[in-house]
Design a protein around this ligand. Structure first.
Ligand SMILES: CC(C)(COP(=O)(O)OP(=O)(O)OC[C@H]1O[C@@H](n2cnc3c(N)ncnc32)[C@H](O)[C@@H]1OP(=O)(O)O)[C@@H](O)C(=O)NCCC(=O)NCCS
Length: 168
């Protein structure tokens, strides 16, 4: 075997070793992240269609609010899924900002994250990214939600419920 061939084989062995090491490390880290994130983060997407368009030719804000609420609700319900609670309902929505117009054919990808847990309440931050080939990807809307964990009494009324879940 030539000297150059020997060097080449040694280098290749080294490269493969590091490739396997990086793959192992990354998948370990990602598994760890997926485990934590699946509990407190939720994604929800909608395609902007004709029925969603307002007189100005962009997305009617009311639809955006509904989609943000659904994304926040998904995160909140994931957060309380191992408790005795019936569900978590929207108590307040604030700090809504429409940052960029959204157009027909855009995908709206909402990302909701539980940022704080109170006694019965759950604080959730939601960001909606609009995305299309024509307009690219941009942060279109943000909002803050408070959900309250509830149980249902015999009359079918919602009563607040201490979820006993923490972010730690
Ligand atoms: C949710 C509901 C059962 C809460 O009962 P309640 O007796 O009003 O409860 P409270 O006012 O004590 O609030 C419960 C929690 O929300 C928090 N909260 C109340 N008003 C809030 C507001 N305006 N902004 C932020 N948080 C608020 C309180 O601090 C409390 O948090 P904590 O338990 O972590 O300390 C009741 O308000 C309700 O049924 N609301 C209607 C829900 C609804 O129909 N949503 C839309 C459809 S999902």
């Amino acid at each position: 075997m030539s000297f150059l061939r020997l060097i080449y084989l040694k280098e290749n062995k080294k490269r493969n070793y590091y490739r396997i090491l990086i793959k192992k490390t990354c998948s370990k880290d990602l598994n760890h992240l997926n485990f934590d994130m699946s509990k407190f983060i939720a994604k929800y997407s909608e395609l902007v269609q004709y029925q969603h368009i307002n007189a100005a030719g962009s997305l009617f804000g009311g639809y955006m609010l509904a989609w943000l609420d659904l994304a926040a609700g998904k995160a909140a319900n994931r957060f309380v899924k191992d408790t005795e609670a019936y569900t978590a309902v929207t108590r307040a929505m604030d700090k809504v900002e429409f940052k960029e117009p959204v157009f027909l054919g855009d995908w709206v990808n909402c990302e909701a994250e539980v940022i704080e847990a109170g006694t019965s309440s759950i604080e959730i931050s939601v960001s909606a990214y609009a995305e299309s080939k024509r307009h690219g990807r941009r942060l279109a809307c943000t909002a803050h939600f408070t959900f309250v964990t509830v149980i249902k009494n015999d009359k079918g009324e919602f009563l607040k419920y201490n979820h006993n879940v923490s972010l730690d």
